[in-house]
Design a binder for this molecule. Sequence first.
Ligand SMILES: NC(=O)c1ccc[n+]([C@@H]2O[C@H](COP(=O)([O-])OP(=O)(O)OC[C@H]3O[C@@H](n4cnc5c(N)ncnc54)[C@H](OP(=O)(O)O)[C@@H]3O)[C@@H](O)[C@H]2O)c1
Length: 214
Amino acid sequence: MNTIGLIGAGHIGSQLARLAVKNDYNVVISNSRGPETLADLVRELGPHARAATPEEAARAGDIVVVTIPLNKLGDVPAAPLAGKIVIDTLNYYPQRDGRIAELDSEKTTTSEMVQRHLPGSKVVKAFNHIYAAELTTHGQPAGSPNRRALAIAGNDPAAKKEITALLERFGFDTVDIGPLSESWRIQRDTPGYGPRRTAGELRADLAAAKRPPK
Ligand SMILES: NC(=O)c1ccc[n+]([C@@H]2O[C@H](COP(=O)([O-])OP(=O)(O)OC[C@H]3O[C@@H](n4cnc5c(N)ncnc54)[C@H](OP(=O)(O)O)[C@@H]3O)[C@@H](O)[C@H]2O)c1
C-alpha cells in the first residue's frame, strides 16, 4: 500500500499529494487537462511523484482519491477502480455543480452517488470538511493535546481501518460517522464542516447535525 493515485490535482488534490510524499508514499496525480499541465507540481513534489491520465492514476494507486467537482463524477473511470479503496472528498455546491435534485431533496448523499458510480470500489468519505491549506498545517503527531480530528464514512469496515491509519500518518485523529448514508452529518452547512475540531468536539458536532426534511 504505497502508491496513492489522485484524480484531481487542484486545491485538495495537490495538498494531499504533498502530504503523501512527505509521508513516504508514491503519488500519481491527474487532472482533466493532461499530465503535461502538472509538470510544475510534479517538480515540486519530487522523485516520488508523477503525472498521468485519470485512468492511469486509477490503475496505479493502491488507494485512489477522487477530488474533483461533483458535477464531473461521471468522468471517473470505474473499471480500474474496481476492488480498490477510493477516498471521496466531494462536496455539493449548486452554484458550481448545478442543481442535483436527489441532493436538494436529501434523498441521497454525495458519497452514495460516488459509490453508485463506482460499484466495485470501497468508497470512504474523507477530507471533505477541512480547508485545503490546513491539510499541510494542522496535522500533529499522535497523542498531541487537542489534535485535530477528521470525519470518515464508509460501508466497508476494513477500508475505513486503512483510511484511519492513513489519517494517523497524515497527522489527524479520526471520527467514524458510520456508513456512507450518514455522511450528510458532515456535508456543507453542518456544524462540523470547516472548523478545527478535536475528536470529542467533532463527535458533538456530528450528533448535533440536522438534516433538512426530505
Ligand atoms: N477547496 C477546499 O478547501 C475543499 C475542501 C474539502 C473538499 N473540497 C471538495 O473537494 C473537491 C475538489 O476540490 P478542489 O478545491 O480541490 O477543486 P479545484 O481546486 O477546482 O480542483 C479540481 C481538480 O479536479 C480536476 N478535474 C476536473 N474535472 C476533471 C475530470 N473530469 N477528470 C479529472 N480531473 C478533473 C481539475 O483538473 P483541471 O484543472 O485540469 O480541470 C482540478 O485538478 C470538490 O468536490 C470540493 O467541493 C474542497
